[in-house]
Write a protein that binds this ligand. Structure first.
Ligand code: GLV
Ligand code: MN
Ligand code: MN
Length: 436
């Protein structure tokens, strides 16, 4: 049986023993959203790009069609609200992000937002109201693919975004502040993004696993227990530019050759340290001309571990190694931490609720940590938060080959709905209409 899509709504058609009900329509929407891209032929949708603004409008339209009141905050998060039994009740927030990396897959982030809309559509279709309101959030600049920051708009919601973030610049020298002005946002009002504690009773994010664990174990879903911490460094290496044909090899101070050695040191450090991964993802050699010895290089290091102690120790040791390479090669080294996030343990009550919801939907309630960062890691500092992971093919993500099945998409919505209902009951004692 196929899902029907009426008035833009995802209708459940599958019953016991029938084909998936929410999956086909959800996949159709994920495909439709993937058409909002900066680069034809691939999915690149960076924060505040025209493609992001179009995606925001489409998501807002789907939220409104689902019966939600919709608003966009000054940093361009989109929120849809479906009231509970009493108007003004604290909300259970379901969501994720709609910005993407460059040449992305279509499920990272988007799945959690569109599945949350499908949950509200199902509640509205059956006239079901919970004790809590449901708010659906579509966050932006979770990835940090445009500006040198990440989880930006969810951080603003929690009050954790420092004003200096608004002055960060993208590769074209455009600041967050300027990009917001062009996009119809309002940097000056960013404090208005901040929610009061208690207004959001809990946060729940459905996301693809982005790793191979679930698929390897033959499981469709898992309850996320923790999110590993990360360190992001901006490194500069300064050598001396010169003529590629005339400067003898022995007298060069080639910044890119020195950087190559440093990149291998990054890899060696991670290979030699249990529970540590490290990546050099951005590299900018200057002047970047065939017949000029590179005079300087900028590169980034992304280092992650579930253990903050392991990450800190490895980070220190790595910097010492990079310093030795720089001295030996007579180049100048600069390193600046531009982001550091400690590991986050998700709320035990929400994790249990997610595990119970998975079991109630007939699946093994596997618990697993997250290797990737998510909006949930900042939301956990603000309200009890949890995540549901859905398996993705070969664990591939941040790649156009990202893939999930229709059946798993259906299951994702069912489990998210079941978890929201259970969370609502678990937290119901704490609900007071209008409580803050
Ligand atoms: C986000 O996907 C991150 O973990 O970098
Ligand atoms: Mn994501
Ligand atoms: Mn991502």
């Amino acid at each position: 049986m196929r899902a029907r899509q009426g008035r833009g709504g995802i209708k459940q058609t599958g019953g016991r023993g029938e084909a998936p009900g929410f999956g086909a329509a959800l996949m159709a929407r994920l495909d439709a959203l993937a058409r909002f891209t900066e680069v034809p032929g691939e999915l690149t949708r960076r924060y505040l790009s025209p493609a992001h603004l179009e995606a925001m409008r489409q998501v807002a339209a789907w939220m409104a069609d689902a019966g939600m009141s919709v608003r966009t905050d000054p940093l361009c998060s989109v929120f849809g609200r479906y009231e509970g039994r009493a108007a003004g009740a604290p909300a259970i927030m379901l969501g994720s992000h709609i910005d993407t990396v460059v040449n992305a897959g279509r499920y990272d982030g988007n799945l959690g937002v569109l599945a949350a809309i499908a949950v509200v559509e199902e509640l509205a279709r059956t006239g079901e109201r919970l004790a809590h309101a449901i708010e659906v959030a579509a966050f932006g600049e979770e990835e940090g693919s445009r500006f040198p920051t990440h989880i930006l708009t969810s951080s603003a919601l929690t009050g954790a975004a420092a004003p200096a973030l608004l002055d960060l610049k993208d590769a074209d020298g455009i600041s967050v502040r300027e990009a917001l002005a062009a996009a119809g946002g309002d940097a000056a009002a960013y404090r208005a993004c901040r929610r009061k504690r208690g207004e959001i009773a809990a946060y729940l994010e459905l996301h693809i696993e982005q790793g191979p664990v679930l698929e390897d174990e033959g499981l469709a879903l898992g309850a996320v227990t923790a999110i590993q911490g990360s360190l992001r460094l901006r490194v500069t290496v300064e050598g001396f530019a010169g003529h590629a044909g005339t400067v003898p090899m022995g007298s060069r101070r080639d910044a890119l050759a020195a950087t190559s050695e440093m990149i291998l040191a990054v890899e060696r450090t991670a290979l030699a340290t249990p529970d540590l991964v490290a990546t050099v993802g951005r590299l900018r050699p200057l002047p970047g001309i065939t017949n000029v010895i590179p005079g300087s290089v900028e590169f980034t290091i992304d280092m992650r571990s579930p253990s903050d102690a392991v990450r800190r120790k490895a980070g220190k040791a790595l910097l010492a190694t990079l310093g030795e390479i720089a001295r030996r090669r007579r180049v100048k080294l600069g390193a600046e931490t531009y982001q550091e996030n400690p590991a986050v343990v998700l709320d035990a009550g929400v994790v249990d609720t997610v595990a119970e919801a998975i079991a109630a939907c007939g699946h093994a309630p596997k618990r697993l940590p997250s290797g990737a960062g998510h909006d949930a890691m900042i939301m956990q500092k603000f309200c009890p938060s949890g995540m549901i992971f859905l398996r993705c093919k070969d664990g591939v993500s941040h790649n156009p080959a990202e893939s999930i099945t229709v059946g798993d998409a259906d299951l994702g919505v069912r489990v998210l709905l079941e978890a929201a209902r259970r969370l609502d009951r678990r937290l119901a004692g704490k609900v007071r209409a209008g409580a803050q």
